[in-house]
Design a protein around this ligand. Structure first.
Ligand SMILES: Cc1cc2nc3c(=O)[nH]c(=O)nc-3n(C[C@H](O)[C@H](O)[C@H](O)COP(=O)(O)O)c2cc1C
Length: 329
C-alpha cells in the first residue's frame, strides 16, 4: 500500500546560507534544492513515489534517502503524532523569562515550585474564605509513592484497581469514569512484574474492559528500567505493576476530529485520578510517570497505528518505612 505522508505539524525547517535545516538536523546544500516545494507538497500529503517524481534531479538516490530519513525521524508522518511531537511546537511560542537552570539546579527548582504553588493571581476585591475542608483519609494521606514494598499484590486489590475501568453491567454503555461522548478512547495495558501479583504470571497484558479481564500480549521480559529516564528507573524497578495508557484515535477522532485527541488526554487524567483513588483504598501507592523512553518498548505492545502512548503509572504496596500515612486508618 502506498502510504500518504504529511509534513509533521510539529516540525520546522529553514534554509540558511543555502543549507537545509530541519529542526536540529542539518541536511546541507543538495537537500536544500528541493525546498520549499517539498514542504508544500508534503503539507498536503503525498506518497513517496509522488515526492520522488516531482523533482528533476540527477541525484535520485539523494532524494530517495532524504525521504527515507524524513520518515525515520518522523519529519514525514502517516499517522497521528505523539503528544510529545505535537506539543513540542508550543515551546517556542511560550515567552519564557525563567533561566534554563531551574530545570536542573535543585535550589532554583524548589524556589520555582514554591512560587508556582503559592501564586495568588487576584487578591483585591470581594473575597470569601471557604471552610469545612475535611476529606476522607484516602484523600488526606494520598502522596506519590516512589518506594514500594516487595509484598505481592493480592488478586483482590489488583482486580479492584483495574476493574474500575470496566464496562458497567448496571449502566450499559458507560464506565465508572466520564468520557467525552461516551467513547472511552484510552486503551489500557498492564505490565506485571515477576511474582508481584498473586496468581498472575509476569507479562504485559491488555486490559479488556468488556470482559473485565487481562490478556497477555508479550512476556514482558524485554521491558526493563532502560525504558525509563534515569530519575524514574528505581521507581519502575521497585513497583509491582505498571499501567500504560494509550490514546486510540479511531475511537474518538471520527466524531471529534483533532479535539478527540485532546479529550482523550483529559480522559486519561480522569482515569489516572480514579486509579489513584481506588489504589489508596487498597493501601497501594502510585506514581504517575510523565515521560519515558516509550519507543524502546513500543514493539512489545503490538499496536495499530491509531494507538499512541499517553501516560504510565507505577503501582505497589507502600513501603511503610517510607510512608507518612498512618498504619491504622
Ligand atoms: C502528569 C504527571 C507526571 C508525573 N511524572 C513524575 C515522574 O516522572 N517522576 C516522579 O517521580 N513523579 C512524577 N509525578 C508525581 C509528582 O511529582 C507529584 O504528584 C507531585 O510532586 C506532588 O506530590 P504528591 O503527589 O505526593 O502530592 C508526576 C505526576 C503527574 C500528575
Amino acid at each position: 500500500m502506498n502510504e500518504i505522508y504529511y509534513w509533521s505539524p510539529g516540525v520546522q525547517f529553514y534554509v540558511k546560507e543555502e543549507e537545509l535545516y530541519v529542526e536540529r538536523f542539518r541536511y546541507g546544500r543538495q537537500a536544500a534544492q528541493f525546498f520549499p516545494e517539498f514542504y508544500y507538497m508534503a503539507q498536503n500529503g503525498a506518497g513517496t513515489d509522488d515526492l520522488e517524481k516531482r523533482f528533476e534531479t540527477d541525484n535520485k538516490s539523494l532524494l530517495k534517502n532524504l525521504i527515507q530519513d524524513f520518515i525515520k525521524k518522523k519529519i514525514l508522518v502517516c499517522s497521528v503524532i505523539t503528544p510529545k511531537e505535537l506539543f513540542h511546537s508550543q515551546t517556542r511560542l511560550f515567552e519564557n523569562d525563567y533561566p534554563e537552570t531551574i530545570r536542573f539546579v535543585k535550589e532554583e527548582l524548589e524556589e520555582f515550585k514554591k512560587e508556582q504553588s503559592g501564586r495568588e493571581l487576584v487578591k483585591d476585591g470581594l473575597t470569601y474564605i471557604l471552610k469545612d475542608s475535611y476529606y476522607c483519609n484516602d484523600i488526606i494521606y494520598r502522596e506519590t509513592v516512589r518506594k514500594f514494598s516487595k509484598k505481592p499484590i493480592t488478586y483482590h486489590s489488583f482486580s479492584r484497581i483495574l476493574g474500575a475501568l470496566q464496562n458497567r453491567e448496571d449502566r450499559k454503555g458507560t464506565r465508572y469514569y466520564p468520557s467525552a461522548g461516551g467513547l472511552y478512547p484510552v486503551d489500557v495495558y498492564v505490565l506485571v512484574k515477576p511474582g508481584r501479583v498473586e496468581g498472575v504470571e509476569q507479562g504485559l497484558y491488555y486490559y479488556n474492559p468488556v470482559i473485565n479481564g487481562i490478556t497477555l500480549v508479550d512476556k514482558g521480559e524485554n521491558i526493563t528500567d532502560k525504558s525509563q529516564f534515569i530519575t524514574n528507573q528505581e521507581i519502575f524497578s521497585g513497583s509491582a505493576f505498571t499501567i500504560y495508557f494509550l490514546y486510540n484515535a479511531r475511537c474518538s477522532m471520527p466524531k471529534y476530529s483533532g479535539m478527540g485527541y485532546y479529550y482523550g488526554i483529559l480522559d486519561c487524567g480522569i482515569m489516572t485520578g480514579l486509579i489513584t483513588r481506588i489504589s489508596e483504598e487498597e493501601g497501594i501507592g502510585t506514581c504517575s510517570i510523565g515521560d519515558m523512553l516509550y519507543g524502546k518498548i513500543e514493539s512489545c505492545f503490538h499496536l495499530n497505528k491509531s494507538q499512541l502512548f499517553l501516560h504510565s503509572m507505577e503501582c505497589g504496596y507502600k513501603d511503610e518505612a517510607e510512608s507518612e500515612q498512618p498504619k491504622e486508618k
